[in-house]
Ligand binder design. Structure first.
Ligand SMILES: N[C@@H](CCC(=O)N[C@@H](CS)C(=O)NCC(=O)O)C(=O)O
Length: 202
C-alpha cells in the first residue's frame, strides 16, 4: 500500500490524489501542516531532503518526490498516459510548462494569500509580478484549449490533471478566471469526470 505525505490544500498534492482516485489505487494519507514547517523537520528531511510535499512512499522502492514524477509513475501504462510517442511528448510539454510558468506564479500567490493569509498590501510588487506572470500562463493555456475538449488527443490525461490543479483555484490567488472561457469550460469537463473529487476531499 502506498503512503502519501501531503497537505490537503496543495495543488501539487492534489494532482497525486486525483490520479490515485482515478486509478482506484488504495493509499494511506499522512497529512503535514507545511505552514507550520512540518516538511522541514529532521524526520521528514530524512525522507525528502528537498523538504516538500507531495512525497510518495512506494513499498519495496522508497520515497518518490515531485508531483509529476509521482503521477507519471502511478499512471504508467494507464489510459491517463497517451500511447503514441508524440502525444505523450505533448503531455510532457504541458506538464513542464506547468512547473515552470504556471505553478510558481499562481501556486505561490495562492499560498501567500490563501494558506499564509498574507495581505496584498504587505506583499506589494512581489504579488503584482506573480499575477502578471500567472496571467501570461493562463493566456497560453486558454489558447491551447481553444476548440479542444482536453489538452492532448481529445482525451483526459495527466496533462489535464497537472494543469487543472492550480488553475481551478486561481481565484484563491486573487486571479479571477472570467476572461478565460475555454479554461472555464475545460474545468467543468474535468469536474464532470467520474472519479473527480474536490481538492480538500479526504
Ligand atoms: N515541484 C514540486 C513542488 C513541491 C512544492 O513546492 N511543495 C510545497 C507545497 S505545494 C511544499 O511542500 N512547501 C513546503 C515547504 O517548502 O516547506 C512538485 O511538483 O511536487
Amino acid at each position: 500500500m502506498y503512503t502519501l505525505y501531503d497537505y490537503l490544500p496543495s495543488g501539487n498534492g492534489y494532482k497525486v490524489r486525483l490520479v490515485l482516485k482515478n486509478l482506484m489505487l488504495p493509499y494511506v494519507l499522512h497529512e503535514l501542516d507545511i505552514t507550520e514547517g512540518a516538511s522541514r523537520t529532521l524526520e521528514f528531511l530524512a525522507k525528502n531532503p528537498n523538504g516538500r510535499i507531495p512525497l510518495l512512499e512506494v513499498p519495496g522502492h522508497g520515497f518518490l518526490a515531485e508531483s509529476h514524477a509521482i503521477i507519471s509513475f502511478l499512471a504508467s501504462g494507464s489510459a491517463l498516459v497517451p500511447d503514441a510517442p508524440f502525444e505523450r511528448a505533448r503531455m510532457w510539454q504541458w506538464m513542464c510548462f506547468e512547473q515552470y510558468n504556471l505553478e510558481p506564479n499562481i501556486g505561490t500567490a495562492r499560498f501567500w494569500l490563501h494558506s499564509l493569509h498574507r495581505t496584498p498590501e504587505a506583499l506589494g510588487t512581489a504579488l503584482t509580478e506573480k499575477h502578471a506572470k500567472g496571467h501570461d500562463a493562463l493566456k497560453v493555456l486558454e489558447q491551447g484549449l481553444a476548440g479542444r475538449r482536453f489538452l492532448v488527443g481529445e482525451r483526459y490525461s495527466l496533462a489535464d490533471i497537472a494543469l487543472y490543479a492550480y488553475t481551478h483555484v486561481a481565484p484563491q490567488a486573487a486571479m479571477p478566471l472570467d476572461a478565460y472561457p475555454a479554461i472555464r469550460a475545460w474545468i467543468g469537463r474535468i469536474e464532470a469526470e467520474p472519479r473527480w473529487e474536490p481538492i480538500t476531499a479526504r
